[in-house]
Write a protein that binds this ligand. Structure first.
Ligand SMILES: [Zn+2]
Length: 508
């Protein structure tokens, strides 16, 4: 299967050009800038031919005229929760299952320009980690429509687990997820030992950072005094609760030298701590999610506030601005002068781009979604009590279009969106050889984006199974019109064209 995508504007993290992209058997073989003559049909084919004889043109099964469109690497969402069950999920039980399985979740992803997702393995107590990995893979293999990876959850720590982490690494997975809160949290000492272990085996730890004691104390107080509306979900885990845990995680990472990846960072103070550690040279990465960029904690005052309940919760405006400032340009202050937060003290004024080229980027490294939606009736269980509402919101179909729309409106560059949504995730999670760029030798995971298309997000035009969306009514400028997964057209103009089971495990 040979495809020619011609005349599009190819955008990678490091720049853009008008070029033709040649795809052969699922792999990008050429990105030909300036090899086009007139209709773009002849010069590049000759390069394919190694003989001296003039040859007929390479036959294309499909020629796509991408004039006026952007040609982007597909997004890599490294944080999804498909088919996540906890508690008793029988009709009378009080447990929950996240709304999307690996099929509907990756279908939604594909329609939002995502070509790789990374989800989680949650081993049972005493379960062998590699066996748990294989089990989760077999579930995903049968259903995913795009390529996928998995992170290994660590919810108990002992010599066996530490030993098996090396086996997990040998099986291709080098990211381990720990929690600082919830029943399955690790103690500080266990967290530290995990960091030490990843240093030994050359892996990384992902952490959910919220201070358990502080938020539990808040919750107990609110429950005791009947303060159980959605607003108190936010008040139980406000900025300082997250910042305290982020700082502790960074401290432990510094002590051990282990590589740390902070998931869903949502507060300014935590971000400042991350930037400081990065500037000191520590291998510390931070991810944020679109819900923290587009919403503030004010959503919890709405009548449907419970539908926005996720942890960490959306924060106040100061944090929102800080995240945006970092997402837009990084805190690239080579000269160490003016703090970038000060530029956002007047939020209505656009922040000028002060970043010199080639300066290291500090701050937010990746964007991912933490996609973990629950149906309205499940969210409603917490109508009068936020502690009964399952945590999680949707976003896998929204992140890339939302960020690209922001770029299209001039808030940040398309290159930066590509860097945050695909190039950096590919590098951090070890798949940059195949993913994250439009370049020869890479998988043909390609999104064609129409910057002129107007789109309004609604539950009705989404491809998840979820019966509502926090993004309802959000207007976007520009939208993906095609998604290719390894050269296979899986989404076109609002329609899903993929198939379950197409996706491959990225570490095989
Ligand atoms: Zn998560």
């Amino acid at each position: 299967m040979n495809i020619l995508i011609k005349n599009g504007t190819v955008i990678n993290a490091d720049g853009r050009c008008i070029a033709d992209v040649v795809v052969k058997d699922g792999v990008i073989t050429e990105v030909c800038q300036g090899a086009r003559q007139g209709d773009g049909s002849s010069v590049l084919f000759q390069r394919e031919n190694k003989t001296d004889e003039p040859s007929p043109c390479l036959e294309f099964d499909e020629v796509v005229d991408a004039s006026g469109l952007l040609v982007l690497p597909g997004s890599i969402d490294v944080h999804t929760h498909f088919e996540l069950s906890f508690g008793d999920t029988s009709p009378t039980g009080d447990g929950f299952s996240s709304a999307d399985d690996f099929f509907t979740g990756t279908r939604a992803a594909a329609c939002g320009g995502v070509t790789t997702i990374m989800d989680f393995v949650t081993p049972e107590k005493n379960e062998n980690l590699v066996e748990a990995l294989e089990k989760r893979k077999s579930v995903a293999d049968a259903k995913t429509c795009i390529d996928y990876g998995l992170h290994m959850g660590i919810s108990e720590l002992n010599d066996r687990v530490l030993e098996e982490m090396a086996d997990v690494k040998a099986a291709g997975v080098s990211s381990f997820k720990v929690f600082m809160t919830y029943a399955f949290k690790l103690t500080d000492d266990e967290f530290k030992r995990t960091l030490t272990r990843v240093k030994e085996i050359d892996a990384l730890v992902m952490v959910h950072a919220e201070d358990h004691e502080a938020l539990e104390a808040n919750r107990a107080e609110f429950i005791a005094t009947g303060k159980t509306d959605a607003w108190h979900h936010y008040l139980s885990r406000p900025e300082e609760v997250e910042a305290k845990a982020v700082k502790k995680a960074i401290k432990l990472a510094k002590e051990t030298g282990g590589t740390l990846y902070i998931v869903h960072l949502a507060c300014a103070e935590g971000l400042e701590a991350v930037i400081e550690a990065q500037q000191e040279g520590y291998p510390i990465y931070a991810e944020t999610c679109p819900q923290y960029l587009n919403f503030t904690c004010d959503v919890y005052k709405r009548p449907d506030g419970r539908n926005f309940i996720c942890s960490p919760p959306m924060k106040g405006k100061e944090s929102q601005y800080a995240l945006w400032a970092s997402v837009c340009q990084g805190a690239r202050q080579g000269d160490g002068s003016s703090g970038f937060f000060s530029r956002w003290s007047k939020p209505d004024e656009p922040s000028p781009c002060l970043a010199p080229d080639n300066a290291p980027t500090f701050g937010i490294n990746t964007l991912a979604t933490d996609h973990c939606p629950f149906q309205t009736y499940e969210k409603d269980r917490g109508k009068d009590d936020f502690t009964k509402t399952p945590n999680g919101v949707m976003g896998v179909e929204n992140l890339y279009p939302y960020m690209l729309s922001q770029a299209n409106k001039g808030i940040l560059s398309f290159e930066r969106v590509v860097e945050l949504c695909t190039a950096n995730p590919a590098k951090i999670f070890g798949i940059a050889e195949k993913k994250g760029e439009i370049a020869p030798g890479k998988d043909a995971d390609i999104v064609l984006y129409d910057p002129t298309k107007e789109f309004t997000i609604s539950q009705k035009n989404m491809h998840s199974t979820i019966d509502y969306t926090i993004w309802e009514g959000t207007k976007l400028k520009g939208y993906p019109v095609r998604t290719y997964s390894r050269g296979n057209l899986i989404y076109k103009n609002g329609e899903f064209l993929g198939e379950s089971g197409w996706g491959r495990f990225i570490y095989d």
